[in-house]
Design a protein around this ligand. Sequence first.
Ligand SMILES: Nc1ncnc2c1ncn2[C@@H]1O[C@H](COP(=O)(O)OP(=O)(O)OP(=O)(O)O)[C@@H](O)[C@H]1O
Ligand SMILES: [Mg+2]
Length: 248
Amino acid sequence: MVLSARDLRRDFGGFTAVKNVNLDVHHAQVHALIGPNGAGKTTVFNLLTKFLQPTSGKITLLGHDITKTAPARVARMGLVRSFQISAIFPHLTLLENVRVALQRPEHLAVQFWQPLSKLNVLNDKAMALLESVGLQNEYDSQAADLSYGRKRVLEIATTLALDPKVLLLDEPMAGMGGEDVGMVAELIRKVAKTRAVLMVEHNLKVVSDLCDHITVLQRGEILAQGDYATVSNDERVKVAYLGTDHDG
Ligand SMILES: Nc1ncnc2c1ncn2[C@@H]1O[C@H](COP(=O)(O)OP(=O)(O)OP(=O)(O)O)[C@@H](O)[C@H]1O
Ligand SMILES: [Mg+2]
């Protein structure tokens, strides 16, 4: 288990957005966080990445207590949240976008006076990263010219530049058509072979195809956890979220 939350709680004034949340995210698994609008999914993401401080509870990353750790440090420790497409520089090429991301980690910081050979190493790394997500043929295209789905793939590639141990994705398929959903799902499956992925996802077909473990939130609390079969057969989940006539 790489990431865990114990008795996580977050109050906003008198309103409790998240409470009694116990969660274990495992290496090489895709873990989904699902639940109706306002269930607390994004708040849980913000708590785990430390963008929000929990009111109470404990968060552990790779055996370290990160409950009081600053978000930038948590990211350096390997818990990386993917931001939306706006994280991409539209007027840079794909290769340049990935290079910018690779230069971010301090140990790779490239100074302008460094020899050309170092820059070539960076180019090679950027190219390898593009290859790993299947965008190598478009390396010289402007990011702005990519399809919506491929922009999302590029955006995931920029987060992979940080080599996260746990990757958090908030609705990675939002606004996509079927073909793009398949492409991004395939990438997430591949990415999760060597790290943990925690994602918020509304598309239950995607969740059933892709996710090893599912946590269902309702009004800030966990309603059910388990694999898709377990969760989708849970009577309370059927009533609260999937709808009693759900057939999947
Ligand atoms: N900063 C805040 N101040 C007050 N209330 C908040 C704040 N952030 C979230 N909430 C409330 O906490 C609850 C959970 O919100 P959250 O955004 O986590 O839900 P969600 O599951 O991500 O919903 P969605 O599916 O719509 O994205 C909601 O009732 C929301 O209004
Ligand atoms: Mg949300």
